[in-house]
Design a protein around this ligand. Structure first.
Ligand SMILES: [Zn+2]
Length: 305
């Protein structure tokens, strides 16, 4: 072999070596790093959301926190739950699924935030029948709504003497809370609860027969009133243990659907304390939880005045 041919061969071998090396390097760089891939999709989504939040300006973060009603996004609850005087037909969920509809009256108050946090921990949506008794907490109405709960109206003053003074007085009071709720969530909801329930007799002290007139009239105007199937008994002062026991006693009949009465008003700290155990109890009995909507069976007590 001539030395020229030897040189050519050496050159060729050198080229091949370089090509091989480059190929190996490229493969190593391109190989997917499986071990670094996220194992679960939710984790990936969480990371993406967090990164997004971190990269946003304060204004953008603020925009994500405003109630849906104040964004350009259509709010399906607005279309479904807004008072519509023409919508007076109701059809209820009659399935065999065991559902508890937790409802909280007399708030918002200093206890509402704790209730919301517990509900979030369990991933439960509920309903709040609101008043304006505690003006400092009115913005909690939109907070409840933003977290996916249903807003109903319980009256503005919750003062029996005022609310049930006359037929007109009732509507005046309801319209006052309606204006506040509309300001908070963008519409007037169709769900209401009478102070004391429709069966209350205390209203007779102020206006004889008022409930007999009001109950059918609210329905004619497109509202639905929700009394309750059972209660934890927190209308009166009780310890958390007593509230849990009262819950078990009041639901022992095992209804499939239970509209359950609780309170998130001022001085209802024991309700907050009992809430996790009440939730656990319903779960152990095979119930799921849902917020009130137009398909929720509406318990109506017998009219007592
Ligand atoms: Zn009440």
């Amino acid at each position: 072999m001539s030395s020229r041919k030897n040189n050519q061969l050496a050159y060729l071998i050198a080229c091949l070596c370089v090509a091989l090396l480059a190929g190996t390097l490229a493969m190593a760089l391109c190989r997917p790093h499986k071990a670094e891939e996220p194992k679960e999709k939710p984790a990936t989504q969480e990371v993406v959301v967090m990164d997004k939040m971190q990269n946003e300006s304060p204004e953008e973060k603020e925009a994500e926190l405003v109630p849906e009603a104040e964004t350009d996004q259509p709010d399906p609850r607005n279309a479904e739950f807004a008072l519509d005087p023409a919508r007076t037909e109701w059809s209820y969920d009659e399935s065999d699924t065991k559902v508890v509809y937790l409802t909280f009256d007399d708030g918002p108050s200093e206890n509402t935030q704790a209730v919301l946090d517990i509900l979030d921990e369990y991933g439960i949506k509920a309903a709040f029948f609101v008043t304006a008794i505690n003006p400092d907490y009115l913005d909690m109405i939109s907070e409840c709504y933003r977290r996916g709960h249903t807003i109903g109206m319980h009256t503005y003053s919750h003062d029996y003497a005022q609310v049930y003074a006359s037929y007109d007085a009732y509507w005046e009071d309801l319209d006052a809370i309606a204006a506040i709720v509309e300001d908070q969530i963008g519409y007037v909801p169709c769900f209401i609860r009478f102070p004391g329930g429709s069966s209350n007799t205390v209203s007779a002290n102020y206006c004889t027969g008022i409930m007999s007139t009001l109950a059918p009239d609210v329905l004619d105007r497109g509202y639905q009133y929700y009394d309750w199937d059972a209660s934890c008994g927190d209308g009166a002062k009780h310890t958390a243990d007593e509230l849990v026991e009262a819950t078990k006693a009041d639901t022992s009949y095992g209804y499939t659907k239970i509209v359950f009465l609780m309170h998130d008003g001022a001085n209802k700290e024991t309700t907050v304390e009992a809430l996790p155990r009440i939730i656990e109890y319903f779960k152990s009995e095979g119930y799921t939880f849902a917020p009130l909507d137009r398909s929720t069976p509406a318990p109506h007590h017998g009219i007592g005045n």
